[in-house]
Design a binder for this molecule. Structure first.
Ligand code: ADP
Ligand code: MG
Ligand code: ZN
Length: 629
């Protein structure tokens, strides 16, 4: 099984910067050479003082260099070690030093050096920064990827060129769920393949194409697909990379990039995350980066305007923050076509899952449609991760194929958090949680307008608390009828109702349920006109800045009406609770059976649950239990 790691990859592989790497190596090697030449004396062997004196007395030393803190002895050129130099540390503070005396006694030639070490220290002090600078240059060379050669190549374009031979190309078939955007780009690719066909009809392809959409929806992927399909040179650059520490560098990069692209036209230039440079001018940002960004942006605009109608260079860019873009970028003739890459809908999510599932062995029981239904709001990147997690879960299980259980596990992990390890519930709590969840589930099964139950589980999770009942809508709908909302609330109250019906006492386990149920009922009453008593008027509205995530509800009715709203909410909730309770009293045996099964197996799938509940209902009928009526 191959876990899908592709989402971690960046844009097309960069070409190795071989052309300039040698220069860096040369600099470093040179520095090392110089340095090691200077440091060599330090590397000479140090001999003990007494041995040195003995050596001198034996006449084995040819000459000596006396330095302030050490003496260098040059041994006589004997067969085994000719002219070897050794060091001896001088005795500190000894006037008439024995070694020096011995040297004089033996008539050895002595050379005295006053503080010679400070001389090379000075060189070193001067050299060390040089070496560091060299190293820094070298690193920049490596970072700057390919481009024109020369020692200052790092100043040039950092664009990566998509190399078809080095990498398996991304195809349009690898992108799913964003069909409108795909159609748009397929057209661009068509144009690049056969420009004459379009031109003969007087068509003009947009020169600037901006992909807009939330993170992870596949904008970069789409660009890579264009690169893979178009068969023309594809230059890509991440805008956040060219806002540099040096003012003016970004602009230089942009110029270089477009020069290259024009040289190899027809070609495509792709600037990812363009909001990094294309931000509205005059913001609050720090002055230096602000300047730099502005220059880069100016250059970009100049390049866009400078496009010759005949050169086929298409500029693509992507952003997930269109609201911060400088309006100048969006003027006609620049990024004149804006392509929305939106969150995928149900069908889109299923298609994306299918794309990623191609790479992994799937068991027959896997229902990608169900996975899609459980993932509203998720984008392509999230779904790729789910498939990857499922593959990992399968591997942990030691399975050869990924089953639905693995997808369940992956979804639970992302939506409910990790399983909590160890025994965190007492047997009594477990039983209560089992009744509570079985209650939600049975009420959901009993109400035709409620979403089908996919699974019930009493596995404690870091997010999903002690237990969870997962309902999955049959289809993704934008609207909910009054009956559906009521059913939803009734299901929410089913947990508490079950505790009361089966155990006679309620617990603190329902506080989240109550909060959500109350909010929903309040909304029915104050916003949706679903209360006969209060009628149609909207009784509250949102105030505040949704962009900043602060939305507050403001009452738009009188004190008196507000009191009536409270009453109505209480009443409606009470009615729905009674209904939930009645449903469970009628299904008492089913409830017992389901709770028992849950305690035993921890997790029940929707079908299993239905079977368990149905069996007990049938038995109930056959025994002629009075509550069956
Ligand atoms: P964006 O650039 O919009 O933030 P990416 O293109 O980087 O998103 O998407 C990250 C990864 O998520 C992709 O490499 C791909 O694996 C997966 N992905 C995202 N959208 C899709 C999609 N529409 N179809 C298939 N895979 C997708
Ligand atoms: Mg991206
Ligand atoms: Zn509950």
């Amino acid at each position: 099984m191959t876990p899908t790691t592709h989402q971690l990859q960046g844009m097309a592989d960069e070409r190795r910067p071989a052309s300039r790497a040698w220069l860096g190596y040369l600099l470093i090697a040179g520095a090392i050479l110089v340095f090691s030449g200077i440091l060599r004396p330090l590397g000479r062997p140090l001999v003990p003082y007494d041995e040195a004196v003995a050596e001198v007395r034996r006449g084995e030393v040819a000459s000596a260099v006396v330095k302030p803190d050490e003496i260098e002895l040059i041994r006589r050129g004997e067969a085994q070690r000719p002219g070897e130099r050794v060091r001896v540390t001088r005795l500190p503070g000894v006037e008439d030093e024995p070694l020096v005396r011995a040297l004089l006694d033996q008539g050895v030639r002595i050379e005295a050096k006053s503080a010679p070490s400070s001389a090379w220290m000075q060189v070193a002090i001067w050299l060390v920064p040089l070496v560091l600078i060299n190293a820094a240059f070298f690193m920049m060379l490596r970072r700057s990827g390919q481009g024109a050669g020369g020692p200052l190549g790092f100043l040039r374009s950092k664009a990566k060129v998509y190399d078809r031979s080095k990498q398996e190309p991304v195809r349009f078939s690898d992108v799913a769920g964003v069909d409108e955007a795909k159609d748009e780009l397929v057209e661009v690719v068509d144009f690049l393949r056969e420009p004459s066909r379009y031109r003969s009809l007087g068509g003009r392809i947009p020169r600037g194409l901006l992909l807009i959409g939330p993170p992870g929806t596949g904008k970069t992927l789409l660009a890579r697909a264009v690169a893979g399909e178009a068969n023309v040179p594809f230059f890509s650059l991440n805008a956040s990379e060219f806002v540099e520490m040096f003012v003016g560098l970004g602009a230089a990069r942009v110029r270089e990039l477009f020069e290259e692209a024009r040289k190899s036209a027809p070609s495509i230039v792709f600037i990812d995350e363009i909001d990094a440079v294309g931000r509205t001018r005059g913001g609050l940002s720090a002055i230096s980066t602000h300047d730099e960004r502005e220059q880069t942006l100016h250059q970009l605009l100049a390049e866009l305007d400078g496009f010759d109608a005949r050169t086929t260079v298409i500029l693509m860019a992507a952003t997930n923050r269109p609201e911060v873009l400088d309006p100048a970028l969006l003027r006609p003739g620049r990024f004149d076509r804006q392509v929305i890459v939106d969150r995928p809908d149900l069908r889109g999510r299923e298609a994306i899952l299918a794309v990623h599932a191609r790479r992994v062995p799937l068991a027959n029981d896997v229902d990608l449609g169900l996975v899609a239904r459980r993932t509203p709001g998720m984008v392509g990147a999230d779904l790729a991760k789910i498939v990857n997690e499922a593959a990992l879960a399968g591997a942990r299980r030691g399975a050869k194929e990924i089953g639905q259980v693995d997808f369940d596990e992956a979804l639970d992990r992302s939506q409910l958090g990790l399983r909590r390890r160890g025994q965190i519930m007492t047997a009594e709590d477990r039983r209560r949680v089992a009744y509570h969840e079985a209650g939600h589930a049975l009420v959901a099964l009993a109400l035709p307008a409620a979403d089908p139950v996919e699974r019930v589980s009493i596995v404690a999770r870091t997010i999903g608390a002690l237990g969870v009942t997962i309902q999955v809508p049959r289809d993704e709908r934008q609207l909910a009828t009054e009956q559906e909302i009521e059913s939803r609330v009734t299901v929410m109250l089913g947990g508490r109702a079950a505790e009361e019906v089966a155990l006679g006492q309620v617990s603190s386990g329902a506080h989240d349920d109550l909060g959500r149920a109350t909010a929903l009922v309040r909304e029915m009453v104050t916003r949706l006109g679903m209360s006969r008593r209060l009628g149609l008027p909207a009784l509250s509205r949102n105030v505040g800045a949704p962009m900043l995530g602060v939305i507050q509800e403001e009452r738009t009715c009188s004190e008196e009406t507000a009191r009536e709203v409270d009453e109505e909410v209480r009443e409606r909730l009470g009615e729905m609770y009674l209904k939930a309770k009645q449903l469970l009293v009628d299904r008492r045996e089913g409830l017992e059976a389901a709770a028992e099964a849950l305690v035993l197996k921890e997790t029940l799938r929707g079908e299993e649950l239905e079977r368990i509940a149905a069996v007990s209902t049938r038995r109930k009928i056959s025994v002629g239990s009075p509550s069956a009526a």
